[in-house]
Design a protein around this ligand. Sequence first.
Ligand code: SF4
Length: 251
Amino acid sequence: MPLEAPPHSATARAAALTSRHGHADAAALLDAALTAPEAGRLAVVSSFGAESAVLLHLVAQRDRSLPVLFIDTEMLFPETLTYQADLAANLGLTDIRIIRVSEAAKAARDPDGQLHKTDPDACCALRKSAPLQAALAGFDGWITGRKRYQGGVRESLAPFEADPGTDRIKINPLAAWRAEDARAYMDRHALPRHPLVARGFGSIGCMPCTTPVRPGEDPRAGRWRGQDKTECGIHFENGTLVRPNVEGEAA
Ligand code: SF4
């Protein structure tokens, strides 16, 4: 991985990478990201959720020491914390960075841990976005596991994109994957499943804001069920912040 920051803007870097590698498959796209000078210093951001094992396995095959940022909102299912530790060990990942909100920020904004009930956007900004933005300082880009099939604002996801409001790029090697591609990959490589998948969770976030999905439902339908909210705010999409962000901050 390059040690120096690339000289051009995130938009120019994403465009250059797209023109050369935009049609590559996930493995080739990741190879390009890990070697191209335009990519710069990269981290993976993973929720260790339902399909996270795919991206982490692809990364581990190439560079087990690549930093992996995991946001522990302190609202996660205990199963996620166990899965995170087990999967990281299984794949031999050596630089897992667990990101949490500071005690001071928590005391100031969510002292009783109930903010998710009254203002989930502010809660996501406090517990996800702000800690992630702080953790991404010093990186020129981050690799995500988002996919177009996940719908909503992800339907037009590009493999390389500028991260608006920052000088970083985002790399989405699995953008074109479908749910069945991820399942087949996990079967082929005998990757462990998040234990909540077997209990009907299609997408796994924080405990207060995640429910199982019914057969045929969108996998993300169990996230913030019954609310207008569909994303946590760590991603801008198509130049628009997906959700309001209270103090600058990353699923
Ligand atoms: S998903 Fe829910 S509990 Fe987790 S940070 Fe967002 S609002 Fe808070």
